[in-house]
Design a protein around this ligand. Sequence first.
Ligand code: FPP
Ligand code: MG
Ligand code: MG
Length: 324
Amino acid sequence: MTQVVDEDFEASLTRRLAVIEEELVKAAVADSPFVTEAARHIIDAGGKRFRPLLVNLGSHFGGEADETDLVRAALVVELTHVASLYHDDVMDDADLRRGAPSANRRWDNSIAILVGDYLFARASTTVADLGTDYVRLQAETFARLVQGQIAETRGPQAGDDPLEHYLQVVADKTGSLIATSAVFGGMVAGAPQQVLDALSAFGEEIGVVFQLSDDIIDITSNVTGKTPGTDLREGIPTLPTLMLKASIDPADAELQQMVAGDLSDDDRLARTLEALRAHPVIERARAEVQRHADLALAHLEPLPEGPAKDALAKVCNDLVSRSN
Ligand code: FPP
Ligand code: MG
Ligand code: MG
């Protein structure tokens, strides 16, 4: 795995991420203490700040980046992400987010939806300060997020290939905002269009890697800060379950039936999770994640060599090997 060795590079990245963290907390401040508390709920619970990291790394592929705009761009993508999580937990009827009760559990669905809206409004104010090119890309990204989520909710329609449908959902609901994060970084640094295109393609593909890993981890890990098997319980198709469904091996019939059945019962869900964890389909799904990671790495090729490129490759490789 590639090592990031440039000390200045690392130090400036750490410092900028710390500034972004402070600004994120400030951005959640509202007129009422209640809204501030509810808007900080998911922010305070932590998170990888993966999108701000990509804004930072993307900003190394142009000229000198204005630090104020860099922080703004990072805030826009992270606030949009956090806003979408409030809504997502309502739709998935989730109990936990980042190890804490989800906002829909701590309060209720209406509060969770409205707080998500509030944070999205805060992202909108910040993106306005960056200019119309940023507003347009943010709006297009939001449209893709929502369409991905709608496609997931409806499921594949007649004539759709379920696996292709799933990969399109993943690219739209996750890849789009991650691509925009890397592109925003490049835009702040005034990077040329060719570079923005490479950052976009790389970002979208690692977004797919991120979500495919996340979906495998939903089955395999007990330490994610989320309830294991949430997708399974909700009947949301993911890579491992789609691969299982496509199997024509008669030995898989029993597990196929279990996965397709009602998993609202905790014991049945636990038994199904255990059987899936031991099934070869998990390894096949992991191989598919690696294939997408290789596609992502190929998009980095035209970018100039240096610590930022090494760091992007490391981000990609770490997503493949992450286990929670
Ligand atoms: C997480 O998926 C959800 C998303 C990546 C996007 C959800 C998008 C929306 C709700 C629409 C956008 C709304 C706003 C306000 C921007 P998941 O359920 O597979 O992941 P999880 O395991 O983290 O819950
Ligand atoms: Mg969810
Ligand atoms: Mg969801």
